[in-house]
Each structure stands twice: as structure tokens, then as C-alpha cells.
Design a protein around this ligand. Sequence first.
Ligand SMILES: [Zn+2]
Length: 403
Amino acid sequence: MYLAHQIRLDPNNVQATYLARAAGTARFAYNWALAEWKRQYEASKTDPTMRKPSEAALRRQLNAIKREQFPWMLEVTKNAPQMAIMQLGQAFENFFKGLARYPTFRRKGRDDRFTLSNDQFRVDGERIHIPKLGWLRMRESLRYTGRIISASVKRVADRWYVSIAVDIAIDTFRPLLPPAENQGAVGVDLGVAALATLSTGERIIGPKALGTLLDGVRRLARDLSRKVRGSRNYAKAKRKLAKLYARIADLRRNSLHQLSANLTRRFHTIGIEDLNVKGMLQNHCLARAIADMGFRELRRQLEYKAAWRGVQLVVVDRWYPSSKTCSCCGHRLDALELAVREWHCPSCGALHDRDVNAAINLREMAVSSIASACGGEGAGLAHTCKVKPSPAKQESSCKVNYG
Ligand SMILES: [Zn+2]
């Protein structure tokens, strides 16, 4: 399993200049290769003797001319231009597979990054060695042990980070972290009002400071729009806004890490819904709230942390009507408006909190699926499995509230 540890870097001014130059070189090479790709592709259409472009050929082409035409490229690691072109090749591959859009040019300020292959850097405690730069201080040492794959250096607002990818061999008999406390199974309903609602009735609210920070974003964005583009004040306002965005992203990530750690520490079976984030984002008024909550990121974190602790993560098919189904008797409503937070089951009379009920259903789905879909329980295997709802209703006893 590949994992990346992102570590803040502490460059001095000279080092920061090098990092910016390496990122600039990577961006230049990427954009050069993209323009060449388009040109060569068009040429190959009219002249069939011309070859279709490829990233390997473009790398060779750049290597042949860079000493002459772009001598400044030699001042930074050779990885900066090379890996950028390889990434362009990957971007085209994703495009041809229909996984991504057509590659676009990298922009200064937004795409300030470069990548190092594992033979071009070394890590020693709280420092990293980069060619033609030397040792650079990191704020912490690499957390994971395993085969180091690559490192990506990037700028976020005014800070530099390195993200080191490590191939971790997971030993299923000896998880990386102490196994989960045996609190049984839990269902997790992801939402907008609350970040998550657990089948235990707990509600996890997202970071509260976010609202205040978003007000700040609105204010700074307004400030920025009043400045003259390209002026010193414009650049200053832009930097401020970028810093605030970075802070919001940090907060959000932190709250998701707390939630995923909490869940994988306590429960040995976790049921979550396979949300169609893309579809939900099209719903305009909810869009930002959902994006803020970062469901996709939470799912990613749960997947690897579950593997570490030997927890079973069950992703329930997104068509399973977890909200509309009564967790007491299995009665299914035809429709349940999003605004309805509580409802009475017309069949058994139970009073349901919308989110808790959904979470309980997800827990039941997770438990019932493990034996059938994923082999015997307690096999000690950590894995994620996807389940589709079976037409048979699960039976569970629960208190009925007549209210
Ligand atoms: Zn019912």
C-alpha cells in the first residue's frame, strides 16, 4: 500500500529560491511538452509519416536541446523537467481512458511543484537531501517505514511542503497500529448539517471555525476585486487570500483525521455509504457545504486506517435507501424530503432521527454483509468490501417510541 507523508519544509531564503526555480523549471517543461504534444499530434494527422507524440520521445527531445536553449534548467535537479513530462504522459493516459479532462497548461502560483524519483533524494531524520541544493530541514521526520517511492515538493500559499510516498508492506497478522477496541460495529451517516452521525447516536460536527473563516474569504475576495490587477497591493491581497484558503484546508483535514482515527480505533466494523460526491456537487445550494466536508478524503483516510488496525470497512452501495428505511421494522418510505429531520414509521410507529436511523441501517448492512460477502468474521483480514443491498430485510430489535 502506498502512503504519502506530507511534511512542512523549513527552507532559508537561498533554499526557497532554489525550490521556486525548480518548480518553475518543472512548470516550463510541462507546458513546453504540452505545446509540443499538440503540435506533433496535429502534424501527424496531416502527414502520416510523422510519429504520434509520446512522453518518452518528448523527454529525449528536451534533453537534446536544453543545454543549448534552456541552460538555466541545469541549475536545478534534472528530475524537475523529466518528472513533469512523465506526469504529462500520465495526464494524457488518464485523458485517453476517460478518467480526466484534456491536460491544461500549468500556472505560476497555482502549480508550483516538482517531483523527485527515489534515486534523486535521501531522507535522514529531520532533513532531506536534494540534488544541487543539499540538505533541507523538515519540521518532522518521516513517519512511515518502507520502500520510498518518490517525493513531491510543492508550495501552498507561502509555505513549502514535501510529500514523501512510501510503499508500506502491511502484515495482516501484525497491523501497524494496535487493533481496534472491540466496540463492535458502527454505521456512519455522512451529512451536511453534521459532518457525521454514528449509529450510537453521536453526532460529529465539522470544524466550527470554518464559518468565520469563510466570512474572511468573502471579505478578502472582495478586497482583491477592488485592487488593480498586477499591482503590488493586488499581489498582497492575493497572498492573504491564499494563506486563508490554506488554513481552511488544514482545519478541514485535521477534523477528518480526528474522525477517521476515532472510528478506526473504536470499532472493528464500520459501515459507510458510497456517496456519489460528483452527483451531490451538482446540487447547487449544498455544493459548498459538501465540498467543505471532504467526503472523499474521509473515505480515503478510513480505508488506510482500517487496514492498519485490522478493521473491516464496508462501503454500502449508494442506491441503498438508508435514510428512507425504518431501522426497526424495515418499512421503506416512498420518499423523504431532505428537510425532514425526524419521522414516524407508518408501519411500526417508531420515531426516527433521520441521520441516526440511516447510520443504524448502514451498521446492519455492514454486519450482515461481512459474513456473506467477505468470508468469516474475525479472519483477521483488513479489507474494504462493497456490498449491494439484498432484497431481504434484516431484523433487529429496538425500542419503539410513540411520540
Ligand atoms: Zn418501522
